[in-house]
Design a protein around this ligand. Structure first.
Ligand code: SF4
Length: 392
């Protein structure tokens, strides 16, 4: 049996790594929200004991959700781990928990707030934990695009579809325009349903998931897809291009999965003969085409569970998850697809000091960092989420 310590190689540590690890700051891209309280020092040797004690004191009043991309130091305190949709469902399945502490990013906490009872409070331990992809689709920009589609007389043919990784107000826009939310697991079903309702789809905010699903799973041509750039007049597209398009893709992407390149795939195939390349559909189209397997986070986890001993896997998704999978499968060679670090920097904002601070505040009777979606937005977003749950 292979020793995982000899097969797992930590990607190289670049100066950027400190930022990605949450040990630096990037005022240009972060929301710039400071923690409103006194965070414990990261060097405090009692952090684990403090988190354990605070969580025990809260008992069933608190339910801690941990996204697969979270750090190990946080995941160890999660009552359940999963992808964004599974976690939102888990939150909804705990109506008796007073506090839902969401160790994930902002849009996930919003979805949990939409799906939980009004009396439950959803808490994000660090308000700076946003998602760069979700932030690429701003409601005003999306409404401007839609108005243009209305002016062209094509809005009635278009079904808006938004990926789960979007803000609540984008989900609300989709809900009030008779569209649907999708995840990376059900994107094909969502698109199939959408093309039964209309002849075009307006896909937000991840161009790669939209393109990969349409072309690789639905049989569309690349030419059927156009890219709407919100920073250009009319998205940078002619009226004819918009009229002819089947898929109007929003120009958004995941800054983590977007880093994998076709060179990463070629390099690992040369270095590790027989390696299986397994990537997330948020990766670029050429990377997904060159991979052996493509699927959601939950698919990636199951694929490695089912893989035979001795097999080699290069995985193109977030590094915290890949490292945990490597440690969980010491009989398989599990490696990161890229040579350099690829953490989700905003997800990594949530660390043990923030979790300790959050739990201790709750014990003290204070409720920090509550994420609340207004009633109208929540109602409209819920229409699009319910439509997803009703997909055949
Ligand atoms: S991994 Fe990508 S899509 Fe997921 S939270 Fe981070 S930036 Fe957003």
């Amino acid at each position: 049996m292979a020793d995982v310590t000899s097969t797992w190689t930590e990607p190289s540590n670049t100066p950027l790594a400190l930022l990605l690890l949450g040990k630096g700051t990037d005022p240009a891209s972060e929301r710039g929200v400071d923690c409103p309280g006194d965070l414990p020092a990261p060097s405090d040797p009692d952090l684990v004991a403090r988190a354990t004690a605070a969580k025990a004191a809260l008992g069933d009043r608190v339910f801690v959700l941990g996204h697969h991309y979270q750090r190990d130091e946080v995941i160890r305190f999660a009552d359940v781990t999963g992808d964004s949709f599974k976690l939102a469902q888990q939150a909804a399945a705990r109506p008796d928990a007073e506090f839902i502490v969401f160790c994930g990013v902002h849009f996930m906490a919003e979805s949990a707030d939409i799906l939980t009872k009004p009396s439950q409070r959803v808490i994000l331990p660090d308000l700076a934990a946003g998602c760069s992809m979700a932030d690429m689709a701003v409601l005003g920009q999306v409404e401007t695009a839609w108005e243009h589609f209305q002016d062209l007389g094509i809005a009635g043919d278009i079904v808006p579809v938004t990926y789960m990784n979007s803000s609540a107000d984008i989900k609300g826009f989709v809900g009030r325009n008779s569209g649907v939310v999708c995840t990376s697991s059900n994107a094909k079903r969502a698109l199939t349903w959408s093309f039964e309702q209309g002849s075009k789809v307006f896909f937000l905010p991840d161009q790669h998931l939209g393109r990969n699903t349409a072309v690789l799973e639905m049989g569309f041509d690349l030419d059927d897809c156009v890219l709407y750039d919100p920073h250009k007049p009319h998205g940078g597209l002619t009226d004819e291009e918009l009229r002819n398009a089947k898929m109007i893709l929003w120009r958004g992407h995941c800054s983590v999965h977007g880093r994998f390149t076709i060179d990463s795939v070629r390099e690992v195939r040369e270095r590790v003969p027989g390696v299986n390349v397994l990537v997330h559909p948020e990766c670029r189209h050429d990377v997904v085409r060159a991979a052996d397997y493509v699927g959601s986070t939950e698919y990636i986890i199951k694929a490695l569970d089912a893989a035979p001993a001795g097999s080699a896997w290069a995985v193109g998704t977030e590094l915290n998850l890949v490292r945990r999978l490597a440690l969980a499968h010491p009989d398989k060679q599990v490696m990161f697809l890229d040579r350099t670090v690829c953490y989700c920097s905003t997800m990594n904002r949530i660390d043990l000091p923030h979790l300790v601070w959050t739990l201790e505040e709750l014990v003290a009777g204070r409720v920090p960092n509550v994420i609340t979606v207004d009633e109208k937005t929540a109602r409209e977003a819920r229409v699009a989420l319910d439509q997803m749950l009703a997909l055949p």
